[in-house]
Design a protein around this ligand. Structure first.
Ligand SMILES: [Zn+2]
Ligand SMILES: [Zn+2]
Length: 165
């Protein structure tokens, strides 16, 4: 969603409300380590507060990640809001990152940029996830495997041998 802010910059209109959705770029989804993402639903209010233009934005989507222990799919719902002022340092940052090009605001880029701060570096299906068996690869959340019994450190096996003699 590209929003032309010139009517607001020119003072021709006060507050505007935008409701839209967009799809994150495939390369972005890969970059954040997700499998897929639902369309991002956006509601934004843009208007003047004093001399500054303010953007008040809510967005939500649902990303699918892979559990880093058992590699099962994990749904990760995201619902966030942020507020920025188009002035000072924030305005310069938006121009530097091409989110604001002259008076055209690239909402998709703005949200992609904001969203990344809310994404986990590591996702687990549950804190108690047992992961996969390192021997046979079975998902241990589903049930145990026979390898577990034999899970003795080889160094102890030598000791075991000594004692049995
Ligand atoms: Zn898991
Ligand atoms: Zn096993």
């Amino acid at each position: 969603m590209i929003i032309d802010l010139s009517p607001i910059f020119n003072g021709k209109c006060g507050n505007e409300r935008y409701v839209d959705s967009f799809n994150l770029q495939v390369s972005y989804i890969e970059h954040v380590g997700a499998l897929s993402c639902s369309p991002v639903e956006v509601t934004a209010n843009i208007g003047k507060v004093g001399d500054d233009i303010c953007i008040d934005c809510n967005y939500r989507c649902e990303m699918t990640f892979i559990c880093s222990r058992c590699v099962e799919d994990v749904l990760f719902p995201i619902s966030e809001k942020f507020e920025i002022k188009l002035s000072g340092e924030e305005l310069e940052d938006l121009k530097d990152s091409n989110i604001l090009d002259k008076q055209m605001l690239n909402m998709d880029l703005l949200i992609s940029d904001e969203l990344i701060e809310h994404l986990p570096s590591k996702v687990l299906c549950a804190q108690t996830c047992k992961g996969l068996c390192t021997e046979c690869g079975k998902n241990l959340n589903v049930g145990g495997c026979d390898c577990e019994i034999d899970n003795i450190d080889p160094r102890f096996k030598i000791l075991e041998g000594l004692f049995s003699e």
